[in-house]
Design a protein around this ligand. Structure first.
Ligand SMILES: *[C@@H]1O[C@H](CO)[C@@H](O)[C@H](O)[C@H]1NC(C)=O
Ligand SMILES: *[C@@H]1O[C@H](CO)[C@@H](O)[C@H](O)[C@H]1NC(C)=O
Ligand SMILES: *[C@@H]1O[C@H](CO)[C@@H](O)[C@H](O)[C@H]1NC(C)=O
Ligand SMILES: *[C@@H]1O[C@H](CO)[C@@H](O)[C@H](O)[C@H]1NC(C)=O
Ligand SMILES: *[C@@H]1O[C@H](CO)[C@@H](O)[C@H](O)[C@H]1NC(C)=O
Ligand SMILES: *[C@@H]1O[C@H](CO)[C@@H](O)[C@H](O)[C@H]1NC(C)=O
Ligand SMILES: *[C@@H]1O[C@H](CO)[C@@H](O)[C@H](O)[C@H]1NC(C)=O
Ligand SMILES: *[C@@H]1O[C@H](CO)[C@@H](O)[C@H](O)[C@H]1NC(C)=O
Ligand SMILES: *[C@@H]1O[C@H](CO)[C@@H](O)[C@H](O)[C@H]1NC(C)=O
Ligand SMILES: *[C@@H]1O[C@H](CO)[C@@H](O)[C@H](O)[C@H]1NC(C)=O
Ligand SMILES: *[C@@H]1O[C@H](CO)[C@@H](O)[C@H](O)[C@H]1NC(C)=O
Ligand SMILES: *[C@@H]1O[C@H](CO)[C@@H](O)[C@H](O)[C@H]1NC(C)=O
Length: 760
């Protein structure tokens, strides 16, 4: 048997009422008009009330609400008892009175009867002030609205299962109501606390209610006690959305909830009270619920934060209660926990349905005004997609993601609500800039033991004294220069225990706040210069190679002229002809000029020339013969004209191929180009001939009037005849000697025309 002091007092009060003559024997009753009603027939003991030690202010008003009596009870009961007579079998009865004095107060007593309804003629006695129908068969209260004088109604031990909220309408004088032991299941909202009612004592104990309406516990008018003892109430509901008005005073009384199935204290927050502190101001109530198996969770905490005198008042048995759940605190009394300052243990665990990430532990901790999400070591590979939101403290998140495998610090909208973020012991190497920018400025950050080599600049808005990075070796570059300012301006030194950021440089590891720009930027400058130079060079080389390729024949000709001339040998005297004359003999004008002018002139000067269209022996294989004569010629005289090189294969092209081939192979051979049609460089399709023209190695035909022949002759050099006067009959013989003597040096060894490679 656990009773609170108050319950004891209340019981004492009730018993004092019952033992009235003894208790108040010498007490004087004086008229009293309640503050919240128009009752004129009340008398209150003149004796100073013994103050209730737990009541906030035990005023005379409070005292009279509980102890006043109507004048027909003082000093002794003066009511006239009505008689009752069953008029039908099914519990229908009538009342009557032997005394016929209409101004008298009546009372009705009928216990252990069979009444199934209120007596049918009860409205004939509007002066009834007391009805006691205990232990009957009533299934409903019935229509009592005609009994405006009714002061005391007792319907205990009946079978009333439901009481609607219009039942007591009009009973403005009703002060005491007892409906105990009825199997009552439902008491409609605002049934006993409607504004027109002033019920001072209501007793609904020993019924079957599972829930109780909030509006039946809170009244604007004073009351002494409302009792819901020994029901099966586990929750307080608010179906009609009753609201406590913070601008009103709810002077109240005591609500007795002993012997129910509660596990937590009344959650006023879900009943629309946003600030428990307001409750302490407006509610002069006491709730009595000593025998609850208390769950010490977040719902309890707000009350424990209230000033002690307020908790003591509201929560009557507060000093005697202990936790039942969670198991780790079972048996610990709440006042002890409060004294030890351990209000932080009053938490509510959040489930996956409440958006707690899988495998994580989430809870809501009113003492710290925060929601904690603890995902330590659960194998996360990325930041959780969501965390609990929408509760009162989800804008103050403590996120513990340490010891996971997170590699990227990604963008999550909840990061903006984080006040603590522990990312230590992960593998973070990259950061999303949005994510860092979302972090509040004064966040408590821990990024120790991760894999990053760069600290993103977005961190510079954060306080280095609250951002722990641990020992990080940074890949410093010009872009990390900001860290020096960051570290110096915001006093990283004082917080050296938080982070030790060092740069890797040529001079070894240097703390970021001591780094100089040169240390981190110079190396990069050199690298940049080198790379620029390198790229310029490589471009240049590319261009040179391109040009060299484009002008490869020009280069070859120049090279031949300036570097390879010394290797000219004297084999010239072994050859048959001074020059092989190659030209397009289909061009009549050209042929006539060549044969009649050029060749004639040169032969007259003693040169021996081979002109294919003139000297080819009839019946010979033309290509072989040409090749042989090319081999036998010291120089090649090319007469360029419009048709010398064309796309179709012509004889001149074949001649040219062999000529060039020989020219390449033997240094002493030479090509003399006469530009008959004065062709421009661009008009030459063959790149080799173009090179001659471009280099100006050709002899301009327009020159002929002055010194064309002189130039040609000087290029041809002295004619063979003058060097080798023994005549060409001996040439072959000499050649044979040469072959045997000098081997591969002699051009004749290469005469085999099929073996000449045409590289072009
Ligand atoms: C606390 O409970 C004990 C019995 O369990 C009782 O004797 C005591 O009076 C109670 N104290 C209060 C303040 O209710
Ligand atoms: C008290 O009487 C006044 C007028 O006499 C009336 O307006 C008021 O409603 C009454 N109050 C109650 C609670 O009956
Ligand atoms: C009520 O008690 C006070 C003293 O406590 C006394 O002065 C007063 O006369 C009493 N009133 C009546 C009506 O007895
Ligand atoms: C009726 O009752 C009142 C009050 O009890 C009393 O004053 C009055 O004399 C009675 N009248 C009769 C006729 O008995
Ligand atoms: C109760 O009876 C009165 C007449 O006495 C009537 O006006 C009223 O409507 C009845 N109320 C209900 C709920 O039946
Ligand atoms: C009376 O009860 C009904 C439900 O039984 C509810 O809807 C209604 O709001 C209540 N009336 C008042 C004045 O609370
Ligand atoms: C009390 O209510 C619970 C459900 O809230 C129910 O399971 C239990 O049977 C009820 N107990 C009694 C005695 O009615
Ligand atoms: C409520 O009580 C406070 C003092 O306890 C008082 O100042 C205030 O006027 C009261 N408000 C109302 C509406 O009665
Ligand atoms: C919350 O969960 C932890 C285990 O995850 C448990 O030990 C604790 O008792 C729970 N607390 C509450 C109030 O349910
Ligand atoms: C947020 O939570 C921290 C504890 O992590 C607490 O100190 C702080 O007061 C809370 N902030 C607010 C605004 O409630
Ligand atoms: C992280 O990943 C490695 C393998 O990649 C694994 O061995 C280790 O257990 C993981 N750590 C956690 C905390 O899951
Ligand atoms: C980052 O998250 C915010 C908020 O969820 C969103 O508005 C933004 O588009 C995201 N940015 C990127 C790049 O995902």
């Amino acid at each position: 048997m656990k009773h609170t002091l108050l319950t004891v007092l209340v019981l004492a009060g009730i018993s004092s009422v019952l033992s009235y003559p003894m208790y108040y024997w010498n007490d004087e009753f004086v008229p009293w008009i309640p503050k919240y009603s128009n009752l004129t027939n009340m008398k209150c003991p003149n004796k100073t009330c013994t103050p209730d030690p737990l009541k906030h202010q035990w005023t005379r008003e409070d005292c009279c609400v509980c102890r006043a009596k109507p004048l027909w009870e003082v000093p002794v009961d003066s009511t006239v008892r009505l008689q009752l007579e069953y008029v039908r079998r099914n519990g229908i009865a009538e009342v009557f009175s032997e005394e016929q004095n209409k101004s008298q107060y009546y009372s009705l007593y009928h216990s252990q009867g069979y009444l199934s309804k209120l007596p049918i003629n009860i409205c004939a006695f509007p002066n009834i002030v007391r009805i006691d129908l205990q232990s009957n068969e009533l299934t409903e209260v019935g229509n009592l609205s005609c009994l405006s004088m009714l002061d005391d109604l007792d319907l205990s031990y009946n079978k009333i299962h439901f009481i609607g909220n219009d039942t007591f309408n009009g009973l403005t004088n009703l002060r005491e109501l007892r409906v105990t032991h009825n199997g009552l299941k439902l008491l409609a909202p605002s049934t006993i606390t409607a504004q027109s009612l002033q019920i001072a004592k209501a007793d609904f104990s020993h019924n079957d209610m599972c829930s109780i309406e909030f509006s039946n516990m809170i009244s604007e008018s004073d009351f002494c006690e409302i009792t819901f003892k020994s029901n099966n109430i586990s929750e307080i509901v608010n179906t009609n959305n009753f609201k406590i008005d913070p601008n009103k005073n709810y002077t109240g009384g005591i609500v007795d909830l002993v012997g129910n199935s509660f596990t937590t204290f009344i959650d006023f927050e879900t009943l629309g009270i946003t600030d428990i502190a307001i409750l302490g101001k407006v509610l002069s109530y006491g709730f009595v619920m000593p025998d609850v198996k208390w769950t010490c969770d977040c719902h309890m905490e707000p009350y424990l934060e209230l000033a002690e005198h307020i908790i003591k008042r509201i929560w009557r048995d507060y000093f005697n209660i202990s936790c039942w759940l969670p198991l780790e605190y079972r048996g610990k009394t709440i006042p002890d926990i409060v004294k030890e300052g351990r209000l932080d243990i009053f938490i509510c665990n959040l489930t996956v349905e409440q958006k707690c990430p899988p495998k994580c532990k989430c809870f809501y901790q009113p003492k710290e005004r925060r929601t904690v999400v603890d995902c330590s070591g659960v194998g996360l590979k990325e930041l959780p997609r969501y965390v609990p939101s929408g509760n009162r403290f989800s804008n103050n998140l403590t996120l513990i993601f340490k010891d996971n495998n997170i590699t990227h610090f990604g963008n999550r909208s909840y990061l903006k609500d984080a006040t603590v973020l522990d990312m230590s012991g992960n593998k973070v190497a990259t950061f999303s800039h949005e994510a860092i920018e979302m972090l509040p400025e004064d966040i408590d950050l821990n990024f120790a033991d991760n894999n990053f080599k760069k600290v993103p600049r977005a961190f510079q808005t954060l306080n280095p004294c609250k951002s722990k990075f641990g020992d990080v070796t940074i890949d410093c570059g010009c872009d990390t220069e900001w860290m020096k300012t960051w570290a110096n301006n915001r006093g990283l030194k004082q917080c050296s225990n938080m982070s030790s950021l060092v740069c890797e440089t040529d001079r070894g590891l240097i703390p970021v706040d001591e780094i100089s720009v040169d240390d981190i930027c110079k190396q990069e400058n050199i690298m940049i210069t080198i790379s620029i130079i390198f790229s310029i060079l490589s471009t240049l080389i590319m261009i040179i190679f391109g040009i060299a390729y484009l002008f490869r024949y020009e280069i070859y000709l120049l090279q031949r002229k300036y570097f390879l001339r010394n290797s000219a040998s004297k084999v010239g005297f072994l050859l048959k002809y001074d020059a092989f004359v190659s030209f397009n003999d289909e061009n009549d004008e050209l042929r006539i000029w060549v044969l009649n002018v050029l060749v004639r002139h040169l032969e007259a000067s003693g040169y021996r020339l081979f002109v294919p269209c003139r000297d080819l022996p009839p019946g010979s294989i033309k290509e072989e013969e040409i090749l042989e004569q090319i081999i036998n010629s010291r120089k090649y005289l090319i007469i360029l004209c419009d048709y010398y090189q064309q796309n179709d294969i012509t004889w001149t092209q074949i001649e040219w191929k062999y000529i060039w081939c020989h020219f390449r192979q033997y240094m002493e051979r030479n090509i003399i180009v006469i530009n008959f049609d004065q062709l421009e460089t661009s008009e030459q399709t063959d790149p080799k001939l173009r090179a001659f023209v471009r280099l100006g190695y050709d002899i301009d035909f327009s020159n002929r009037k002055h010194d064309l022949f002189v130039t040609v002759k000087s290029r041809l050099g002295a004619p063979l005849k003058s060097l080798f006067f023994r005549g060409n009959k001996k040439t072959k013989f000499m050649a044979h000697n040469l072959i045997t003597n000098k081997g591969s040096f002699d051009p004749f060894t290469l005469v085999d025309s099929t073996k000449i490679k045409l590289e072009l």
